[in-house]
Design a protein around this ligand. Structure first.
Ligand code: GTA
Length: 329
């Protein structure tokens, strides 16, 4: 008890010195703001928030729409997981503020050193209206699309409306993210590039997320796959799994390997996520396991050409309006 009381006194003293430090930091920030160099080094300086599109206390993220240098922008901010390899530093080098103490229970606000207190931030700028809609929290509806619906409704829509895949071509042509490539099979028929997805900061394996992007540019999605693509799909599965095991020590049995239908980007790619990680879009209504896709094509070469596929669409999605106009909803 005496020990506890002494610790609490220490903490009060720490809090007092915190106040002094906080004052000093405020002063430093003021003088930083007067320093043009540090301001111009922050590309988000002056961002004006228009609206918060979505936020989640559980996922600890926020999707924000606003203006950056007069251009429409979407910013995604996400607190990252606590890493085991940082615990020693967190315990030894942080400041603690006591919030409450009751019997054997105490809660604190722990203020870690700045480099352990980062917020993963993704910026889309200039953002299109489609980007804004994509991240806006909206009601979703399940749509069942037959092969004929795909050809008469979905295909014309995605040919006129889909997101640019320039970022994909930049990766394939080594104009962007070249240093992040984990593995490449350069074969133009069955080859692909494997690299970390931009949702993964690569700091911990718990939320491992890589994507394999095929070199071929003629496959938009699952719908285009036939038996002739089996060598490509088997090659991706085998080589990506081997390379993920070699580089990260994560076995194939610990990976969720899938394709999205509908994807956001109509250039064939495969998602590799840690099995323990509930990645956005890994639910049954959107994710198709690569192993199932391979088996379905082995059984029926035209499986994805003819069968009905079900997927969710948000209320503001133009494709949903097309299905409604066609009397399919
Ligand atoms: N390495 O430039 C890129 C890049 N871009 C533009 C997209 N991706 C990229 N990867 C690299 N470099 O996994 C990744 C995406 C996605 C994949 C495309 O390519 O991160 P998809 O075509 O099936 O599209 O996959 P999908 O899944 O709809 O896209 P996305 O962005 O993953 O969105 C799905 C949902 O995930 C969103 O609605 C949102 O709920 C959530 N989400 C998106 N981004 C984030 C984020 N940064 N943090 C948290 N949640 C997010």
């Amino acid at each position: 008890m005496a020990e506890n009381t002494k610790r609490e006194v220490d903490l009060v003293e720490e809090n007092e010195s915190d106040a002094v430090i906080a004052k000093k930091m405020k002063k430093d920030t003021k003088s930083d703001q007067g320093n043009d160099k540090s301001v111009s080094a922050n590309p988000l300086f002056g961002f004006k928030t228009t609206t918060v599109l979505r936020e989640s206390a559980r996922e600890k993220n926020m999707f924000i729409h606003g203006k950056l240098n007069d251009q429409e922008a979407v910013i995604i901010m996400e607190k990252t997981p606590i890493r085991e390899d940082t615990l020693l530093e967190l315990f030894n080098c942080s400041r603690l503020k006591l919030e409450m103490s009751n019997d054997i229970y105490r809660t604190y606000q722990l203020q870690p050193p700045a480099h352990l207190n980062e917020i993963k931030t993704t910026v889309v700028c200039p953002a299109t209206e489609k980007h804004v809609k994509k991240y806006l929290l909206q009601e979703t509806y399940l749509v069942e699309e037959s092969g004929d619906d795909y050809r008469s409704i979905t295909l014309p829509y995605i040919q006129s409306q889909s997101f640019s895949v320039q970022w994909v071509y930049n990766i394939l042509e080594k104009k962007a993210e070249a240093e992040r490539i984990v593995f490449e099979d350069p074969d133009q028929a069955v080859g692909f590039v494997l690299l970390p997805d931009f949702k993964w900061d690569q700091k911990q394996l718990d939320d491992l997320y890589l994507i394999a992007i095929v070199h071929r540019r003629d496959i938009k999605s699952l719908r285009d796959l036939t038996v002739q693509h089996l060598p490509l799909l088997n090659n991706i599965r085998k080589k990506a799994e081997e390379n993920i095991l070699n580089k990260y020590g994560v076995a194939a049995s610990k990976l969720r390997v899938y394709l999205h239908y509908q994807p956001s980007y109509y250039h064939l790619h495969v998602h590799f996520t840690a099995l323990s990680f509930e990645a956005p879009g890994s639910g049954v209504e959107r994710a198709h396991l690569l192993s199932d896709v391979i088996q379905n094509l082995e059984l029926d070469s035209q499986y994805y050409h003819s069968r009905s596929l079900t997927f969710p669409l948000r209320s503001g999605d133009g494709l949903l309006s097309k299905f409604k106009e066609a009397g399919k909803l």
